[in-house]
Design a protein. Structure first.
Length: 96
């Protein structure tokens, strides 16, 4: 079973696996807005992941559920919030 972490960027479910690269799924529900807002939130999450995936610990899988903060956030604000969420989850940092 996994763990759950939350901040203004959203809700993050994380569990350990036997797969080497970290994998994260991105979800945005209708609660945060229309299709344009949901797509913007997912694009921000995916771009932050793409730029920082080499810095995340391996052997983990997660699902990131977007919060409504991401519909209005700039890229830098979204990056700061997501990196903070990954630090709290223990996913940020070099592989051990």
């Amino acid at each position: 079973m996994g763990e759950r972490f939350r901040n203004r960027a959203g809700l993050f479910y994380l569990c350990k696996t036997k797969r080497k690269p970290v994998r994260i799924g991105f979800v945005a529900t209708k609660r945060i807005g229309d299709a344009v807002m949901r797509n913007r939130a997912k694009r921000l999450m995916k771009e932050v992941y793409r730029l920082h995936r080499h810095e995340l610990k391996s052997y983990h899988e997660g699902v990131l559920l977007a919060g409504d903060f991401l519909t209005k956030a700039t890229f830098r604000e979204a990056e700061k919030a997501l990196l903070s969420l990954w630090k709290v989850a223990g996913l940020w940092g070099a592989d051990e």
